[in-house]
Ligand binder design. Sequence first.
Ligand SMILES: C[S@@+](CC[C@H](N)C(=O)[O-])C[C@H]1O[C@@H](n2cnc3c(N)ncnc32)[C@H](O)[C@@H]1O
Length: 218
Amino acid sequence: MVDGAAWIAHRSRRVLLVDRIAVTDKQTIDAYNTRVNEYAELTQRDRPGRYLKRFMDRLAPSSHVLDLGCGPGQASVHLLAAGHQPDPVDASAEMVNLANRESGLNARQATFDDMSGHALYDGVWANFSLLHVQKSDFPRHLSAVHGALKPGGLFHIGMKLGAGEKRDRLDRFYSYYLEDELLGHLRDAGFAPDQIDKGEEMGLAGDIDPWIMVLSNA
Ligand SMILES: C[S@@+](CC[C@H](N)C(=O)[O-])C[C@H]1O[C@@H](n2cnc3c(N)ncnc32)[C@H](O)[C@@H]1O
């Protein structure tokens, strides 16, 4: 027979587990797991792109950088080559396998919810990854990023511009933000946004979507 206290502990663990599964969207991760090579080909670059270069230009030498939702690990490859210490994490097992197979990055399988710890990183690179969380969860993830950064640490976020939440044709879940809405969330979490870029690009689903990238200090 399970005694009362043990049952309550068991039940709370179950609730915690269910919560974690709910915030990491299964269809989204499945979509990436089954299209790893396609995604890697789409994003492959021999040299750091303009926005990664700008992020790296603001980092001190040998910076410890969380690559949050790293995908195939492209950004971490360039960070490592530039002498930094990337920590690539992604919820997709296949993305993590590819990152480690191709480039030996020590990428880890972890979700945004596993982000904990205080003042660990000099920089966080979250390039088109936090757009996969529900709007109701976004403020808490931004707070976790802020807490994980050292005071004054550098934060890059890339998101899709627009309104509301929806699934794309690959069944990936997306939250879209208007510029002022995103900047408001960043300020509320304690960031000071100072560089904003906007553009549009074709993604994995074949649609051309507008995007926004923001660089902020914690
Ligand atoms: C559009 S890709 C971006 C990959 C990479 N940052 C880049 O710029 O190419 C989004 C990534 O976020 C990851 N992701 C989605 N939800 C996640 C979650 N809850 N926790 C961790 N990673 C997640 C996906 O597996 C995918 O690799």
